[in-house]
Design a protein. Sequence first.
Length: 476
Amino acid sequence: MLASSGVIIDPFLGAARQAALVRARQVSPVDLVRAYLDRIDRLDGRLRAYITVTREAALHAAQAAEDAVTRGAPLGPLHGVPFAVKDQFATRGVRTTAGSRILADNVPDEDATVVARLTAAGGILLGKLNLTEFALGGTLQFPFGQPRNPWNTDHDTGGSSAGSGVAVAAALCAVSLGEDTGGSVRTPASWCGVAGHRPTWGLVSRHGCIPLSWSQDAPGPLGRTVEDCALLLGLIAGTDPRDPLTTRRPVPDYRAALTGEVRGLRIGVIRELTHGGETDPEVRDAVLAAVETLRARGAVIDEVSLSLVPRAGAAFMAICDSEGAGLHLAWLRSRPADYDAGTRRRLLAASLLPAVLLQKAQQARALVRRQILDALVDHDVLVAPTSHRAAPTITAFTAPITSTREAAGRFFTRRSFTTPAALAGTPALAVPCGFGVSGLPLSLQIIGRRFEDATVLRVGHAYEQSTDWHRRRPQL
């Protein structure tokens, strides 16, 4: 905390609340930015959430924001609130590396659409956040430093939006943007104990986002509350002529949907993910307790079987890695040594994938999507664990693989929890639902119908109002 002008600034306060205090002239944007820069200076040497901190630009923008408040100028919904973005999003005049040495000197000449929209809403960019190389996952040696979980720095953060999860959980920014291809917003949210939303595919523009998988990439927000996710989603969603795949649907008021009311909503608990043999008992019990909380608020609960979802991780990796390999063939030929060994191995393996196997993966995708969409005919949302376990140690991901079973567990099992929504193109939210015996966060995943992100957020917010998991803070 930082005391300034007689006001105590709590950096863990949600972005929506901070914006309200700025509008009420109770908090200074300059003081907010300084509070976060102070925490970055003190903590990020250990946590490595950031690749680049835009200190001077942020302070200059904060002073301009404060001047606007003083003279009574119109203020945007995020006015004066410090945010940070995954270093996968282009930022004008600020290097955008995608977590790779290959792009270490890449300085775009325009902002990604999502960055431009947050800035236009009055937000103040603090910097660019760490990630697995090219958002692929499986990075062994992070070129800009190993991201560390703020709840226990020996443990992993989740990928690929690693820094986005760390920065929000450790209050190194008010709110952040990540990108979720197969769980890259939801897994960091899960393992770092914050809320993270994967929007409906096509709801948010990908212009200026360095691609991984064109058919699944989805920029999305991470926040300390579901309200913060709803606030950011409302700002970044909507059609963009520079991304022809974005929807032309009107953008609803996602915050207005957060009524706390779930009475009569039909919620299906995915049996294979909640009760599966790979799911840790503490995760299962936390999710079932969360379900009972929603039942107590009037939701109608039953169990659904989606027999193919345990295979979703394998289908996803075949599709995602193949699409990614197609983007990297030139660099793989000309600069192979500049890739992390884990990234290079995955991309090269995917480039050799036989067409018949890729066809099988696409068929599996269609079947998984059909099961999810069919289940959502009779249910407003589906719920399951976001991850089958709490965050593992960092060394668990870098140790050599000694068996095919271990390979399947490390690469496919955990991805089968978040990839079903990605394969179906549906919205999904991760929200904290407890802590394990290790003291690490556990997470509930809520999956909804396409373009019914408001319902997903409403359920997450209602659950959040009955618990205090989101109010807990890592001891740093």
